[in-house]
Design a protein around this ligand. Structure first.
Ligand SMILES: [Zn+2]
Length: 220
């Protein structure tokens, strides 16, 4: 374990909660930051708060409602349907969201003396968000360092793994049951196994099924 401080960009969902457990194992001191941008479901924010409390992690919530002002999308507007046409960006896309999140996380990290920043972005289940790509995160790392004359390291433990492997990582961290029950990924705001019907639930359930099948197979 590194005797250093890390800040996790944390939404209360499966991916960032897995990152939180990962960070706890890797770093001696961990804090988390959640962005409030008028999410469809305020439950997401409660969920993040509860998880941080459970894990005994200092938790910052930053007001990013300006994001909703700049770019209303299906993630923030209940009256916008969640759609994803082949070859197009999904309606949940908020242009520049991750750019803003990582910038603000960088400023906060500087304030609290954290050199490491962890984000759960992933290029594998890539649904077309350009600012979740590895190359973008690397460029952001350089920009943060230059802007603040700092030596940040941005970690992306989920960048090259799929949802099934994310569940596997959660399991290896001893956190699979906790994450299954306490995180919220569902677009309809249903905690745990979710509504089962929205695209986020489909992705999460498919990954879990795959992983559990593989685990069963491996144990026989
Ligand atoms: Zn759902």
């Amino acid at each position: 374990m590194k005797q250093e401080k890390a800040l996790v960009v944390f939404s209360g969902g499966q991916d960032s909660t897995t990152c939180l457990f990962w960070a706890k194992k890797e770093f001696s001191e961990v804090e988390a930051v959640t962005f409030n941008y008028g999410q469809r479901h305020a439950a997401e924010l409660d969920c993040a708060k509860e998880i941080a409390e459970d894990l005994n992690i200092p938790h910052h919530t930053l007001d990013m409602s300006l994001l909703n002002q700049l770019a209303p999308s299906a993630l923030t507007r209940k009256d916008e349907a969640i759609t994803h046409e082949e070859g197009e960006l999904p309606s949940t896309f908020v242009p520049g969201r991750n750019l803003l999140f990582l910038s603000f996380a960088g400023v906060l990290a500087k304030q609290i003396g954290a050199r490491h920043i962890i984000t759960g972005v992933c290029e594998t289940d890539f649904s077309g968000y350009p600012d979740c790509r590895d190359i973008f995160v690397k460029s952001m790392n350089v920009s943060l360092n230059l802007s603040m004359d700092a030596q940040f390291v941005i970690h992306t433990p989920l960048m090259w793994i799929d949802k099934a492997q994310t569940w596997e990582m959660a399991d290896s961290l001893g956190a699979i049951d906790y994450i299954r029950e306490n995180t919220l990924t569902c677009y309809n705001g249903v905690k745990g196994d979710g509504c089962g019907e929205c695209p986020a639930c489909e992705l999460r359930q498919r990954g879990l099924k795959q992983y559990l099948l593989k685990k069963q197979g491996g144990e026989e």
